[in-house]
Design a protein around this ligand. Structure first.
Ligand code: MN
Length: 128
């Protein structure tokens, strides 16, 4: 079981991502704004962060930069949730300090596998 923070303002996406991850045996922490997400990211023990890009206050790129000021690239994976329609978001997310991205809409059939892939990839940086 890993502890995963989801920063996502869309209730349907948040619900779906949380549901799938909990069903996959993970513990989920939820945040609905960038500021709240940064606060949680800097104060709680986490194994992975899922970062929406479009958020109501600071966007996911700014939130990622703020987390990266204190948390190095290889210390915790930040995976952007990018919209299929928003071209350029994936490159911007990587530039901001994200380790990878998953495209929305979330595909329930592949979501857990993708998350587990990232957890595996960054396992050396992740505490037990
Ligand atoms: Mn959003």
């Amino acid at each position: 079981m890993k502890r995963i923070l989801i920063i996502e303002d869309n209730e349907a996406n948040l619900y779906l991502a949380s549901f799938i991850l909990r069903k996959g045996g993970h513990e989920v922490v939820e945040a609905r704004t960038g500021e709240e997400g940064v606060e949680v990211a800097l104060n709680e023990k986490l194994d992975l962060i899922l970062m929406d890009i479009q958020l109501p206050d600071i966007d996911g790129l700014e939130a990622t930069r703020r987390v990266r000021e204190s948390v190095p690239y290889d210390a915790i994976p930040i995976i952007a949730l990018t919209s299929y329609a928003m071209t350029g978001d994936q490159e911007k997310a990587l530039e901001a300090g994200c380790n990878g991205y998953i495209e929305k809409p979330i595909d329930p059939d592949t979501f857990t596998a993708k998350i587990n892939e990232y957890l595996q990839k960054f396992r050396d940086a992740i505490h037990d």
